[in-house]
Design a protein around this ligand. Structure first.
Ligand SMILES: [Zn+2]
Ligand SMILES: [Zn+2]
Length: 340
């Protein structure tokens, strides 16, 4: 093994550079050295690389927070992994000591840091991660499915809060990657009818592949009219996978419905009629990243009920990652997988 590796390093202000950097070495007893099998490009990577940036990151850090690797070497104190094991990475590292970690809300940790955003991640040949971030995956779980573990863990956290009941009608607003994962998960979870709103034809087609029953192009049809025609009273559950559609979401609810707000947009400021939330007992639920969701997600992926590999639109070598980010920025890719 040589001393250096190829890596995509964030250099601040919209800049990412592919270069040779030292291969990391085990420093702590709980460190694990991984050979990266594959990483995927997330919308957050595009936000980091926008000017002005839509998401913070640390200049000098190797990006890539959705990745799967193989264990090469472990620190002395690591007991749940051995060389050769394959792992999915939960990139959000929490302190375990702040009030939120101690309230079983590690996703609200006051001292959180993230592999691939603030410290080195998976757009590289090798990566050093703490043992607590690593979840062993079955040898026969394909990398094509395992690569979805991180974003799906966030989606499952939201779904757990939304408490889907079998047969319910669900509306998913937006069929970007997150909306598509929700569509597949709601179908697998027993939703009676999943209605997806999406104007982009490629994304609408993907929503169909994920099991959507009805897809509404809101440039042509009124979502409210379709939802009322299909449900009679409005949706049981509405999921905003965009991040600024709370007004639309509450307008298509039945009385007593839940609205799950997943998409994030720090400048979204929606008008809503508070009276309607009170009078019709709507529940507005926020959800952020994952919360102990990885074990369930790995079982879900292994169970084969989610046809997520159909979302893979591009497979690139790490050398071509800058092209991949451009494809993602143009909205032409759904799941872009990068292999070293
Ligand atoms: Zn992400
Ligand atoms: Zn904490």
């Amino acid at each position: 093994m040589s001393d250096t590796m190829k890596a995509a390093v964030f250099e601040g202000e919209g800049k990412i550079v592919l270069k040779q950097v030292p291969i990391p070495k085990i420093k702590d007893d709980f460190d694990v050295l991984l050979k990266v099998e594959a990483a995927s490009i997330c919308g957050t990577d595009c936000q980091i690389l926008k000017t002005p940036p839509g998401h913070p990151a640390t200049p000098g850090a190797i990006l890539g927070h959705e990745y799967v690797g193989r264990v090469l070497e472990t620190g002395k104190a690591v007991s749940h992994l051995k060389p050769g094991d394959r792992v999915a990475v939960d990139p959000n590292l929490t302190c375990g000591l702040c009030p939120y970690c101690r309230m079983a809300m590690p996703n609200m940790c006051e001292n959180m840091t993230t592999l691939g955003i603030y410290i080195d991640g998976g757009f590289a040949e090798y990566n050093l991660a703490p043992a607590k971030a690593l979840h062993k995956i079955p040898a026969d779980l394909s990398t094509d499915l395992a690569i979805f573990a991180e974003p799906l863990s966030c989606v499952v956290n939201g779904a757990t809060k939304a408490k889907l009941m079998a047969g319910e009608s669900v509306v998913v607003l937006g069929a970007g990657p997150i909306g598509l994962y929700y569509t597949a998960l709601m179908k697998a979870g027993g939703a009676g009818k999943v209605i997806v709103s999406e104007v982009n034809a490629q994304r609408a087609d993907m929503a169909r592949k994920m099991g959507a029953d009805i897809i509404v192009n809101t440039e042509k049809d009124s979502l409210k009219d379709v939802v009322m025609a299909e449900t009679g009273i409005g949706a049981d559950l509405v999921i905003d996978a965009v991040g600024c559609l709370m007004t639309e979401a509450t307008s298509i609810c039945r009385r007593g419905a839940r609205v799950l707000l997943f998409g994030m947009n720090s400048s979204a400021c929606c008008e809503c009629v508070q009276y309607e939330i009170t009078r019709y007992e709507l529940s507005i639920i926020g959800t952020f990243i994952s919360n102990h969701s990885f074990p369930a997600v790995i079982r879900l992926l292994k169970g084969g009920k989610l046809p997520l590999e159909k979302l893979i639109t591009h497979r690139l070598k790490l050398d071509d990652i800058l092209d991949g980010i451009e494809i993602m920025k143009r909205g032409e890719g759904i799941e872009i997988i990068v292999a070293p």
